[in-house]
Design a protein around this ligand. Structure first.
Ligand SMILES: [Mg+2]
Length: 301
């Protein structure tokens, strides 16, 4: 194994690690969804997720420490929402340089507490270590009823594709530091409708939709005129920017009709699920179809 990580890529690395990991039978979903899913009882599932933020990659010395703390917790909350779950308990670790000011850490902690309070999360422990670059890790649990858990592999041909909000230009607009994880929307959806697959958009609409397509062994058509854009975004930014933290989900045509006629939340119908052999197509405002290449959204390696 002399290959460098850069030549394998983030998802390639995950695939290799997954192939070398085996779990006991109470693990319903191991590596490869928004969170792991473990059987707690016949009716309850425990969700587990962890997220690392690294200075220079996810934030800079100039970022607001409160915003960093808020984001660190909310990224994990968003993953719990993507499974249809409710966030519960967090353990939070800091790797910091000895030169860092206490005030900076306390402000990060304040941001974390704001997010924790908003989403009903208890911060119950963690670890602190010395590190050259500042690093924050949030591990979060959640709960979901067995029959409400939503995975990436349930999309069926004919299903409609939806998103919960506007996409693109998350970095320049500052949305990536103050987004609202869609826990309420997720709860509303899983409690009222049958959601066939779901994921949160962290890497970008196209790369995250690709996880659903690969997991479900299907293709999709996106209608550009239906994709809701954030201010100063265009369709390319909506497809690839990432860090929108909106939910991307699929439902049967029957459920789609019901969702479109409810008034509580706005859900945007942006496409259809088609046969796997069709791949991923995008229809522009003139009705022209083009094939979407799997250009990466946010690339870690
Ligand atoms: Mg996710």
């Amino acid at each position: 194994m002399k290959k460098k990580i850069a030549s394998i890529g983030e998802f390639g690395l995950i695939d290799i690690l997954r192939s070398k990991t085996s779990c006991s039978s109470d693990v319903i979903k191991g590596i490869g969804d928004d969170t792991a899913v473990v059987k707690m009882s016949s009716k309850k599932r425990l969700l587990l997720t962890t997220d690392m933020l690294v200075e220079g990659v996810h934030f800079t010395k100039d970022s607001s420490p409160k915003a960093i703390g808020y984001k660190a917790v909310c990224c994990s909350v968003s993953d719990i929402a993507a499974m249809g779950g409710i966030p519960k308990h967090a353990v939070i670790s800091f790797g910091v340089a000895p030169s860092i000011k206490l005030d900076f850490i306390l402000k990060i902690h304040q941001g974390m507490k704001t997010a924790a309070k908003r989403f009903g999360v208890n911060i119950v422990g963690g670890d602190t270590v010395r590190s050259e670059n500042n690093v924050i890790n949030v591990a979060l649990t959640g709960e979901v009823n067995a029959d409400k858990a939503v995975y990436r592999d349930g999309a069926k041909v004919g299903d409609k594709v939806f998103v919960t909000g506007r996409l693109g230009n998350s970095l320049n607009s500052g949305w990536h530091l103050r987004f609202m994880p869609r826990v309420a929307e997720s709860q509303y959806l899983v409690n009222k409708y049958k959601i066939s697959s779901m994921i949160d958009i962290s890497d970008g609409l196209v790369p995250d939709l690709d996880h659903i397509l690969k997991g479900s062994k299907v293709g999709a058509i996106l209608y550009e005129k239906n994709v809701p854009l954030r201010k100063d975004a265009n369709i390319e930014k909506a497809y690839y920017d990432g860090e929108d933290f909106e939910l991307l989900f699929t439902v049967s045509p029957k459920e789609a009709k019901k969702i479109l006629s409810q008034k509580k939340y706005i859900f945007y119908h942006i496409g259809e699920i088609v046969r796997e052999s069709i791949g991923l197509l995008s229809v522009d405002v003139e009705g022209e179809e083009r094939e979407i290449k799997m250009k990466k959204g946010f690339v870690h390696f």
